[in-house]
Design a protein around this ligand. Structure first.
Ligand code: SAM
Length: 377
């Protein structure tokens, strides 16, 4: 294997030389630097004692947690032997300490921080470390569902679970049967598919967590570059689980683009999409702090700061109006988002841009008022 060294945040990482990222024997995607930046900022704020990067590949994510956050103990795990060997090299390169074997498939680096590199199936590692981690990161190829049960047992009962899902085609309804199988949810296609996909993902974690009497608070959840990402704070207790479950519900959309949603364990009428999470997609204070941290931190991706600023400003209400789709469906001209926002605010409603789409707005105004704002000359 030939390597090149890349720099990301404070880390120096050896990555395999390859024509295309999916041809590389160990996975590294520079586009995901924004995902890792946001994660580093989140971990900096959460300040976990012990963190696990369960699906580590080159080790870059966990190494950044060790270098750029106060976390005292970071575990890096991968099932691939090639990845494990590379993780060992990358930890040495960045920490400047030599590792000591602890058993056959584990090496510990004891320096200012404790780093543990591990070669195993993530499910086995998590099952063996019951309620051990304060922060647990699942960053798989595709769906995280096959790791959810063990992750919810391995993270502490008031810990934070971070999940990435890259199976957007599944969660956004291009592969409906796969969504039924993996998420037990009916997806939606069209202008609401990304937000609904993210809410199906969160709803799935809420259902998995509920059986362990765990509730879920969303610290931050977003869609970007064909993946979903959620940081979820667990809360211990049957009542907390009941409360989170009660925030699941269903979405309906008619052919004119009008949508409705309602909480409920079962859908109250046919043609429902879900179950999906109808609660908040962010904790306002957490995202404020994320933006403050982003202004000071040496970030790897130039779009990280504007992106977290956009997330911070976004109105947190379920679902959005794609102004182009709405105009087309109703025989109207689309107009500038800034004008739409100004018109709706002038009428006393809240309205903002949304990270889900550059053509959409979020507002607490009813659809009639949004259509009026499209019609105003
Ligand atoms: N987190 C990495 C980053 O930020 O660059 C990327 C991780 S990559 C998308 C997914 C990794 O999961 C691959 O390196 C793969 O070898 C590993 N993997 C797949 N199945 C696994 C399993 N059951 N247990 C542990 N690792 C696994």
């Amino acid at each position: 294997m030939e390597f090149v060294e890349v720099r990301e945040g404070l880390a120096r990482i050896l990555v395999p030389k390859a024509e295309r990222i999916y041809d590389a024997p160990v996975f590294y995607n520079p586009v995901m630097a924004l995902n890792r930046d946001v994660s580093v900022l989140a971990v900096k704020i959460i300040q976990p004692g012990k963190a696990l990067d369960a699906l580590s590949a080159t080790g870059i994510r966990g190494i950044r947690y060790a270098l750029e956050t106060p976390t005292g103990e970071v575990w890096l795990n991968d099932i691939s032997e090639e990845a494990f060997k590379l993780i060992l090299r990358n930890v040495e390169l960045n920490l400047g300490v030599e590792g000591k074997p602890v058993g056959e498939k584990r090496v510990a680096f004891e320096g200012e921080k404790r780093i543990v590199a591990n070669l195993d199936d993530a499910n086995r590692l998590m099952a063996e470390n019951f309620r051990y981690f304060d922060f647990l990161d699942l960053d798989p190829f595709g769906s995280p569902v096959e790791f959810l049960d063990t992750a919810l047992r391995s993270v502490k009962r008031r810990g934070v679970l971070a999940v990435t899902a890259t199976d957007t085609g599944v969660l956004c309804g291009a592969y409906r049967n796969a969504c039924l199988r993996k998420y037990l949810a009916e997806p939606i296609r069209g202008d609401l598919c990304h937000e609904a996909g993210l809410r199906i993902l969160i709803g799935t974690v809420v259902r998995y967590a509920a059986k362990y009497d765990l509730g879920v608070d969303v610290l931050l959840a977003y869609y970007r570059d064909h993946y979903f990402r959620a940081f979820l704070r667990l809360k211990s207790g049957a009542k907390k689980a009941d409360k989170s479950l009660s925030q699941l519900g269903y979405l309906w959309q008619d052919e004119n683009g009008r949508f409705e949603y309602a909480e409920g364990f079962l859908p109250e009428r046919p043609k429902a999409h879900g179950p999906l999470w109808l609660g908040p997609l962010k904790d306002g204070e957490f995202v404020e702090r994320l933006v403050e941290a982003a202004r000071e931190h040496p970030l790897a991706h130039r779009k990280t700061l504007p992106f977290v600023e956009l997330l911070n400003e976004e109105l947190d209400v379920p679902f959005l109006y794609d102004t182009h789709a709405l105009a087309r469906r109703n025989g109207l001209q689309a107009r500038k988002l800034s004008d739409m926002i100004e018109i709706l605010e002038g009428k006393g409603y809240k309205a903002t841009r949304t990270h889900f789409s550059p053509k959409a707005i979020k507002t607490d105004a009813p659809i009639e008022k949004v259509l009026e704002a499209l019609r105003v000359l």
